[in-house]
Design a protein around this ligand. Structure first.
Ligand SMILES: [Zn+2]
Ligand SMILES: [Zn+2]
Length: 466
């Protein structure tokens, strides 16, 4: 039954998840190109003179948040449509097979490209433009945050593709999710303001159908052409491609060639820069510790359901960028296993078995040396992760893969033994979003995890400079 408080709760969880995913895509691109390596990438800027101001950025972020809010409401509406059996979303890949799974993603990309081109052109109609699409075009020199900077009505039109797909043909939940992440990444690259696609990409017999960043950037600086999203063909067929598109692209590629001998396509890997500047460094961080997971919904019935302490192993690669004095980025893998025993609250099923959880994290960590004790530094960190959790018992036969998103935060201290090696202790909290009785991504599995999951953990480890 649809209850207002549930709607509110799902809304908040969904909005936070969407925001985290969007942030995880847009923020690294923004930090790399617009902040940390701004000068290194200068020759890759599509518009040589930067016109984007902090006011523009605020505008983009504000409307991106509004868009994410609209998307959350669409998600909830679809979620309720789905649990009542109105959509064609399915949950077992075996229903249609892997070939169909891949095929459905390709179809969604092609249909979305068409949907985008025509709705976009419609919104450029002189009678309509100022009411809806003008918000997006405030960014004449777009930043990665312009990717979702839409008027709420445009956000609804954007979500239209997603709504249609859910009702039109069978689509797996993960296919829908995968396509959304892919389009988010491509959209952010399209609004990057920097060209990262290779030379001759625009004339290559195969790749020329794909739009490089310059393609959409020209749409932002000149408005009335290059309406396409992923591909160049609609603009070609409808003769809306800017006449100077290829010339601008080639001139830019000439500038890139002259500006740097280093190939920076792999910029996201950071490694290109690691040897040159001593202030930048990589560290290996390894931790062992103990955690205590709680399932919020079950706390009041703790006597019925006990969850044991969980041994945790965590391995990270930490990157300390040149321009940041305190902050580093950690890419980490984390594993824990714990025993669950008792009766679940919602389904009243007896369980006795082990949970295993593997997570991947992106974490921003701050290390600040204490003034009076220079060997000690204070650590605080925030991150987001994606996990796969399995119940190593067949009491309820849950699906094999349960993926969900989590937030992590921790504080602690590190003690420097020498230039390369430090010891550390951290105390953290992980908040995982489950939806009551229904797993967020796998659909209507009413398993023993009902409610949000919180886990507290203490970790001991070391940091070794590579
Ligand atoms: Zn745009
Ligand atoms: Zn436009």
């Amino acid at each position: 039954m649809l209850q207002i408080e549930n709607l509110f709760r799902y809304g908040i969880i969904d909005f936070l998840t969407n925001t985290l995913i969007y942030g995880a895509v847009a923020i690294p691109f923004f930090m790399l190109f617009w902040v940390w390596f701004k000068n290194k990438f200068k020759h890759r800027r599509i518009q040589e003179i930067q016109r984007s101001t902090s006011k523009n950025l605020r505008h983009e972020i504000k409307f991106s948040i509004a868009t994410l809010l609209v998307f959350s409401y669409v998600d909830i509406a679809l979620y309720f449509a789905q649990i009542n059996g109105y959509t064609k979303i399915y949950k077992n890949i075996s229903d249609y097979g892997w070939a169909y799974f891949v095929f459905s993603i390709v179809v969604m990309i092609l249909l979305h490209d068409t949907w985008f081109y025509w709705t976009h052109r419609l919104m450029h109609h002189p009678k309509l433009f100022k009411y809806i699409h003008k918000v997006h075009h405030q960014s004449t020199d777009p930043s990665p945050f312009a990717a979702f900077s839409f008027h709420p009505l445009e956000a609804l039109i954007e979500a239209g593709a997603y709504i249609i797909f859910s009702f039109l043909f069978p689509v797996h939940l993960f296919a829908l999710f995968g396509w959304q992440i892919l389009q988010m990444i491509l959209n952010v690259i399209g609004h990057l303001g920097y060209e990262i696609y290779p030379r001759k990409f625009n004339t290559h017999w195969f790749f020329k159908v794909k739009t490089p960043s310059t393609h959409h950037n020209l749409h932002h600086s000149k408005f009335n052409g290059n309406y396409g999203l992923y591909f160049t063909w609609w603009d070609k067929w409808c003769k809306t491609e800017f006449k100077d598109y290829h010339k601008v692209y080639q001139n830019l590629q000439d500038r890139i060639k002259g500006g740097s001998k280093k190939i920076v396509i792999g910029a996201l890997l950071f490694f290109t820069f690691s040897n040159k500047v001593p202030a930048q460094s990589f560290e290996l961080v390894a931790n062992l510790g103990l955690g205590k997971p709680y399932i919020i919904e079950s706390i009041e019935e703790k006597k019925d359901l006990t969850i044991g302490f969980a041994p945790i192993v965590l391995v990270d690669l930490k990157f300390n960028p040149k321009n940041s004095k305190y902050w580093g980025i950690l890419f980490s893998v984390h594993y824990f296993e714990t025993r669950v025993k008792g009766i679940t609250k919602i389904t009243q099923t007896p369980v006795d078995g082990f949970i295993s959880n593997t997570s991947l994290w992106g974490i921003a960590e701050k290390n600040k040396v204490l003034k009076r004790f220079p060997k000690w530094s204070f650590i605080n960190a925030y991150g987001i992760g994606i996990s796969n959790e399995n119940y190593l018992t067949d009491a309820e036969k849950p699906p094999k893969i349960n993926i969900y998103t989590s937030l992590i935060t921790y504080v602690g201290f590190s003690y420097r033994l020498n230039d390369n090696l430090s010891l550390r202790i951290t105390d953290g909290l992980i908040i995982t979003d489950f939806v009551k009785g229904v797993h967020y991504l796998t659909g209507n599995w009413t398993g023993q995890s009902a409610g949000e999951d919180i886990s507290a953990n203490i970790l001991f480890g070391f940091t070794y400079k590579l």
